[in-house]
Design a protein around this ligand. Structure first.
Ligand code: UDP
Length: 480
């Protein structure tokens, strides 16, 4: 079991975003959290300290909790290759996919319990009776009974789900069910991800949040944005006075040094050229190729807009053959585009050597975009959508998974009913490019919604509500 050190992040900075009323409500929440927790520690347990959305979210969520004076701590379990292959299998099945096609039988239970017992021995040395332990995802579910026996309050948060149950998902839930018997409360990102047998249990729906002040999301001036896009090679080099420096989470200074690897035709676009952007992993479910096809087929109606498809650099990443395949497929399709379309489509791979440098590049691209596309075929909860909303970008996104909770159609963006309909997507792009007033209104609404629903403070408020509910108390809402 590894203890992860957490930065203490200044909680007060939210007052600038939430306004006076919101800031007071947050202050009351923090006071209530102190009241209900007393000297108890709030532990989060997951399976990795870096990489993946959960780790990214814990870094900042826990950082702000500590900034609010709460004793929040983070432990990471240990396992061997077989254990993680098994938990990846469960993860895939909860998404409804077969993954490696392996079994979930007695042998797998024995294997899961062996590693769980080892981690339980470690965790029981730190956790005290009465502490609150939030276990994240299938890897940690087995710890619940050990912690409950100790007298801790156990919450299990599942970050995975699919809208409709299928056989693969049913099998994964059947595997996990015995380990979840002693959980006091469950957290899911969407109501329809909750398996029916949990209906009579305390279940709380808490969607993921982004950190408004991380390198990925912090405000960025136009000059800096321009300098970064010049530097990485996406925009034509002009005089830009912005700097390439940024502040890291640990308070030290960072600088955008690397360049992006971009498939494009010269001359590259200038500052004034409208940019339609999708940021995603190179994953078949994000359908980058579909976005390119739809845009290219309607190129004559797209004014002078360019399409920018942005993902992580996959070169040398040996453990994600799917990423390499998807990117190579996109490049092959790009080569086959007509000249006019080819000149207006850019495939951008951002370096991943320094994750915060990568985040700053994503920030600059999202902020510079005229509009954002998220044409996912499936989506648990689209962080890229929330990032775009926070940045007040007009969005067109598929009406799948969590995106349906993030965006109300025609209020915070345009939803695409059929995620495979590339023509409808292209029409939505054209509409947003041509109707500036509507695009601006959608962007403004999206930002308001992101502030109200998808930033860290809302997550903390819901979590404190959960703590009160678990102890049979209801929080007195004070006038804010
Ligand atoms: N992302 C990134 N660099 C990239 C491409 C993507 O940091 O080059 C980030 C993106 O900004 C978002 C996350 O990866 O924060 C993707 O999360 P999302 O929920 O949208 O999709 P997932 O990858 O979890 O399916």
């Amino acid at each position: 079991m590894q203890t992860v050190s957490i930065p203490t992040l200044a909680f007060g900075r939210f007052s600038g975003v939430l306004g006076e009323r919101g800031a007071r409500q947050l202050q009351h929440t923090v006071e209530d959290a102190h009241k209900i927790l007393g000297s108890r520690i709030m532990w989060h347990v997951n399976s990795t300290a870096a990489g993946g959305g959960v780790a990214e979210m814990l870094q900042t969520l826990l950082g702000y909790e500590r900034g609010a004076g709460l004793d929040a701590r983070w432990l990471v379990i240990e396992g061997d290759t077989d254990f993680f292959a098994l938990t990846k299998r469960i993860h895939n099945r909860l998404h409804g996919r077969m993954g490696d096609g392996g079994d979930l039988g007695e042998t797998e239970h024995t294997q899961y319990q062996k590693i769980t017992r080892r981690n339980a021995r470690d965790i029981l040395r730190s956790v005290r009776p009465g502490d609150v332990v939030i276990l994240h995802d299938p890897q940690t579910a087995g710890l619940a009974s050990h912690l409950a026996e100790l007298g801790a309050t156990v919450v299990w948060r599942c970050h995975i789900g699919r809208d409709e149950m299928n056989q693969a998902a049913t099998d994964a839930w059947a595997f996990l069910k015995p380990y979840l018997e002693h959980v006091d409360a469950f957290i899911f990102s969407r109501a329809c991800y909750v398996p029916s047998w949990l209906a009579s249990h305390p279940v709380f729906i808490i969607p993921p949040a982004i950190d408004a002040f991380s390198a990925k999301n912090e405000p960025m001036g136009r000059a800096t944005c321009r300098s970064i896009l010049n530097h990485i090679g996406l925009l034509e080099r002009t005089v830009a006075n912005g700097d390439l420096d940024f502040l890291r989470l640990d308070g030290s200074n960072g600088r955008v040094e690397r360049k992006a690897n971009i498939v494009q035709v010269n001359p590259i676009p200038g500052w004034d050229v409208p940019m339609v952007v999708q940021v995603s992993r190179w994953d078949p479910l994000k359908d980058m190729a579909g976005v390119m096809r739809g845009f290219a087929n309607r190129i004559d109606k797209m004014g002078d807009a360019h399409l920018v498809l942005v993902g992580p650099d996959v070169s040398g990443v040996t453990d994600d053959p799917e990423g390499i395949q998807v990117l190579e497929d996109c490049i092959a399709r790009w080569h086959r585009l007509r000249k006019k379309a080819k000149e207006r489509v850019h495939l951008v791979c951002l370096p991943m050597d320094d994750i915060e440098e990568n985040a700053v590049m994503v920030n600059a691209i999202q902020r510079h975009s005229t509009m954002i596309i998220q044409k996912s075929l499936h989506e648990g909860f689209g962080l890229t959508v929330t990032e775009a909303m926070w940045k007040a970008r007009p969005i067109s996104a598929s009406a799948v998974g969590g995106i349906q909770d993030q965006i109300v159609d025609e209020v915070h963006g345009l939803l695409l009913e059929d995620p495979t309909d590339t023509q409808a997507m292209a029409k939505a792009i054209q509409f947003l490019l041509e109707n500036h007033a509507v695009a601006r209104r959608l962007g403004r609404n999206a930002r308001r919604r992101a502030i109200a629903k998808f930033l860290g403070p809302r997550q903390l408020i819901q979590f404190v509500d959960l703590l009160y509910a678990l102890e049979g108390k209801s929080r007195q809402r004070r006038a804010a």
